[in-house]
Design a protein around this ligand. Structure first.
Ligand SMILES: Nc1ncnc2c1ncn2[C@@H]1O[C@H](COP(=O)(O)OP(=O)(O)OP(=O)(O)O)[C@@H](O)[C@H]1O
Ligand SMILES: [Mg+2]
Length: 339
C-alpha cells in the first residue's frame, strides 16, 4: 500500500467570513477552493454553516438527505456526527472521513443542521474556558481537532471554512481557529455598514481569546487565536461593456475606505501583524455577477468556471480568469504574509 507523505507543516486554514447574509460567502468559498485545487493544491472544505449550503452545492440532494438522516447513528459522517460525543459529554471527537467532490483534490467535510445544537454547547464551553475548566477548552477546540485529523489524512495544503451569516459562537470558534480570513463584500449600503460590526467583533473575539488562553491549564488543546486579515473580495457587481455599473462602482470605492478604517486599522491597533500590506494589497480580486452561470453551477455541483452550458461560454471563460487569478493572489498573499 502506498502511504501519503506526512505533511511538513499544518495546512493553512482560511475562513471566508462576513456576518452579513447573502454576500456570496459560500459561492466564493467553493469556487476559490476549486481554483486552488486546479492549481494542484489539495483542499479541504469544511461546511460549518448549519444551513449546509456548501454541502448541498457540492453533493447530490439524495446523498445529503442520507447523510443527515444517518448523522446520529454509529455510521454518521457529518461534522455533527464527529462532535456529538463532545456535545453529549461521552467522549472525544468521532473520526469521520471527508467526501470526494466533482473536483479533483477537493474534499468536503459535510455540514449538518444539528450544528446549531453544537453552537449552544460552544457558548457553554466558552464560559467554562473562562473558568479554566479543561472541558471548556476541549469543547472549544473540538472542530479544530477534527479538521486537523482530516486535513492530515488527505495531505491537505489548505482548509477552507464556510461560515454562516451571524456573529455566534460557531463563527467565533472557526475565526479563532484560522490562520487567515477573507471578507466577501456586496456592493450595497447594507454590506458597507456591516463592515463596522465585523471589525469590532473580530477584535473583541481575539482579545477575549488571548485572556482565556492565558488562563489555560498546561497541555490543553488551544485554538490558534490569531486570524490574519488576508483581504476582501467585492462581489455581485454588474459589468457592462467591460465597466462596472456606475452605482456599484461608487460602492467599490467606499468599500475600500471602510475596509481600511473598520478592519485593517482596528486589527493593527491590536497587533500590527494581523493585517499586513498596503491598502492595495487587501483587494484580492472581484467576483462580478455571473448571472445564470451560478445557478447552473449549483445544479451541476461544478465550479462556475467548469459549467458546460450552451450560451455561457464567454461568461465561463471570464469566471475561469477571475477565480484563477484570485487563487494565485490568495496564495501569494499567504506566502508573503508568512515570510
Ligand atoms: N458572483 C455571483 N453571481 C451571481 N449570483 C451569485 C454570485 N455569488 C452568489 N450568487 C447568488 O447569491 C446568493 C447568495 O450567495 P451565497 O449563498 O454564496 O451567499 P452567502 O453569503 O454564503 O449566503 P449566507 O449568508 O446565507 O450563507 C445565491 O443565491 C447565489 O446563487
Ligand atoms: Mg453561505
Amino acid at each position: 500500500m502506498t502511504q501519503q507523505p506526512a505533511p511538513t507543516r499544518r495546512p493553512t486554514r482560511v475562513t471566508v467570513f462576513n456576518h452579513k447574509g447573502g454576500v456570496g460567502k459560500t459561492t466564493l468559498t467553493m469556487n476559490l477552493a476549486a481554483a486552488l485545487a486546479q492549481l494542484g493544491r489539495r483542499v479541504l472544505l469544511v461546511d460549518t454553516d448549519p444551513q449546509c449550503n456548501l454541502t448541498s452545492y457540492l453533493i447530490d440532494d439524495a446523498v445529503v438527505d442520507g447523510l443527515l438522516d444517518k448523522a446520529d447513528s454509529p455510521e454518521g459522517q457529518t461534522i455533527w456526527s464527529a462532535v456529538r460525543p463532545v456535545s453529549e459529554a461521552v467522549g472525544g471527537i468521532f473520526p469521520i472521513k471527508p467526501l470526494k467532490t466533482s473536483v479533483e483534490r477537493l474534499f468536503l467535510l459535510p455540514g449538518d443542521i444539528q450544528l446549531s445544537q453544537f453552537e449552544t454547547d460552544l457558548a457553554d464551553f466558552w464560559a467554562q474556558s473562562f473558568q479554566r475548566k479543561p472541558k471548556g477548552f476541549r469543547g472549544t477546540s473540538a472542530i479544530s481537532e477534527l479538521v486537523g485529523h482530516v486535513a492530515t489524512s488527505i495531505g491537505a495544503d489548505y482548509v477552507f471554512y464556510d461560515s454562516g451569516p451571524n456573529i455566534g459562537p460557531l463563527n467565533r470558534c472557526i475565526l479563532l481557529d484560522c490562520d487567515f480570513f477573507i471578507v466577501p463584500v456586496a456592493c450595497d449600503l447594507f454590506s458597507l455598514r456591516a463592515l463596522k460590526t465585523l471589525g469590532r467583533t473580530l477584535t473583541a473575539w481575539i482579545e477575549d481569546w488571548a485572556t482565556i488562553s492565558e488562563l489555560a491549564p498546561e497541555g490543553i488543546p488551544l485554538l490558534n487565536g490569531r486570524p490574519h486579515f488576508l483581504g476582501y473580495v467585492p462581489g455581485g457587481f454588474r459589468v457592462y461593456g467591460g465597466a462596472v455599473a456606475q452605482q456599484q462602482s461608487h460602492y467599490l470605492a467606499r468599500i475600500e475606505k471602510e475596509i481600511h478604517s473598520q478592519i485593517v486599522a482596528i486589527l493593527r491597533k491590536l497587533d500590527l501583524t494581523l493585517a499586513v500590506g498596503s491598502l492595495s494589497h487587501f483587494k484580492l480580486g472581484g467576483v462580478q455577477d455571473f448571472g445564470s452561470l451560478v445557478a447552473a453551477s449549483q445544479r451541476t455541483g461544478l465550479p462556475i468556471f467548469s459549467v458546460d452550458d450552451a450560451g455561457t461560454q464567454t461568461q465561463r471563460d471570464r469566471a475561469r480568469r477571475v477565480f484563477n487569478s484570485l487563487a494565485k493572489k490568495v496564495e501569494a498573499r499567504i506566502n508573503e504574509t508568512r515570510s
